[in-house]
Ligand binder design. Structure first.
Ligand code: SAH
Length: 340
């Protein structure tokens, strides 16, 4: 019999499965609690009895990633983990410390098929989607290894979360579950390159998370040169989906914009960006571009002027702090590494 992935199951699904196995319902809660603590085998679930442990082991497996590499930043204590998954694939996640708590940046896919010109994750191509348990494990095992209680999650690691929609939604349900690690929905950000149908679908769930749109250019011509996805979905279609999202959920969108020398950093582009942000009631998060091997794109030298111009036009803007610079843990620098 092929065993299934127990950590991707929600408590009510666990309950139904246990009832079917002739077990009492309350066992589901006990098992869920163990799983959310990051146990790696059924024999560690000491309060459920040996015979149930054995029955579960026959039907299910528990995902548990290995740490292939761990790098700690000397500058700010940021930790970058390279995890080896059960099939040998590898993904990265990053733990960052802020005054208001600790944030984990998780990956949602092994590789990425979006092909953005400035992003290292695109370089190795796409291999597969992560299961919801594999996304969750990045949080559980980061907490376990670092001894840090995670309070915020950003889905800004490797992969396009909306291209792995169902598993990402399930991950969000698991990680926010009150009987599990119980992260507040408002403490989760999901970043997307902009897939309008999926943004609409996400809006239907009416979650109170923060949706970040990786815009990076205010016009089709520039965006096409940076983000191949713009061929399929022109900028205006993406922005329209964001407007609908805001209207449905009441949650302000955050626009991510990596400033690239001579590409998207002109005064005219700042004005266009400000207009877009104002019409969407969105917040702009400017990201100083991080250099990526093999890419000719360089960070803009006009960050200050760009920020002032946006502010002058009335836009709400912040510049993202760069953490873990000495360990290449910053935005866009995560990539699939051959597993060891
Ligand atoms: N696929 C999702 C999430 C992953 S990337 C998305 O596109 O949003 C997380 C953020 O880092 C995105 O805004 C992405 O565009 C940005 N990013 C990628 N490479 C970067 C780089 N070299 N410098 C700065 N930001 C980068």
């Amino acid at each position: 019999m092929n065993r299934s992935d127990i950590k991707s199951m929600l408590p009510d699904e666990l309950e139904a499965a246990l009832v079917e196995m002739g077990e009492p319902r309350f066992r589901a809660g006990q098992i869920f609690t163990w799983l959310m603590r990051g146990v790696t085998d059924f024999s560690s679930m000491t309060n459920i009895g040996k015979s149930l442990q054995k029955k579960l082991d026959e039907r299910y497996y528990i995902t548990s990633p290995e740490i292939l590499r761990k790098q700690v930043s000397e500058e700010d204590g940021t930790i970058k983990y390279l995890w080896k998954l059960m099939d040998g694939s590898a993904v990265e996640s990053v733990l960052m410390h802020y005054k208001h708590g600790s944030t984990v940046c998780v990956s949602s896919q092994v590789g990425c098929r979006m092909g953005c010109a400035f992003c290292a994750s695109a370089q190795g191509g796409w291999v597969r989607n992560l299961s919801s348990s594999e996304i969750l494990d990045q949080v559980l095992f980061t907490e376990k290894d670092s001894g840090t209680r995670v309070s915020n999650i950003v889905m800004m690691g490797i992969g396009e979360p909306l291209d792995n929609f169902d598993n990402v939604i399930r991950f969000i349900e698991l990680v926010t579950h009150p009987d599990g690690i119980n992260i507040g929905m408002r403490h989760i950000s999901l970043s997307t390159c902009g897939l309008p149908e999926k943004i609409d679908k996400l809006g239907d769930y009416n979650l109170q998370l923060t949706l970040s749109l990786s815009l990076h250019a205010p016009d089709d011509e520039t965006r096409l040169g940076l983000m191949p996805v713009n061929r399929r979905y022109p900028t205006q279609e993406v922005l329209d989906a964001c407007t609908r999202y805001y209207e449905k959920t009441g949650r302000r969108i955050s626009i991510e914009y990596a400033l690239i020398d001579g590409v998207n950093d002109s005064n005219e582009q700042a004005e266009m960006l400000a207009r877009i942000a104002l019409s969407l009631c969105a917040h702009i998060n400017l990201i100083p571009l991080n250099n990526v091997d093999g890419s000719p794109l360089r960070p803009s030298r006009r960050l200050k002027q760009f920020v002032s111009l946006l502010k002058e036009k009335g836009a709400n803007v912040t510049v993202r702090r760069r953490l873990g610079g000495d360990i290449e843990a910053a935005c866009g620098q995560l990539r699939k590494k051959a597993s060891g």
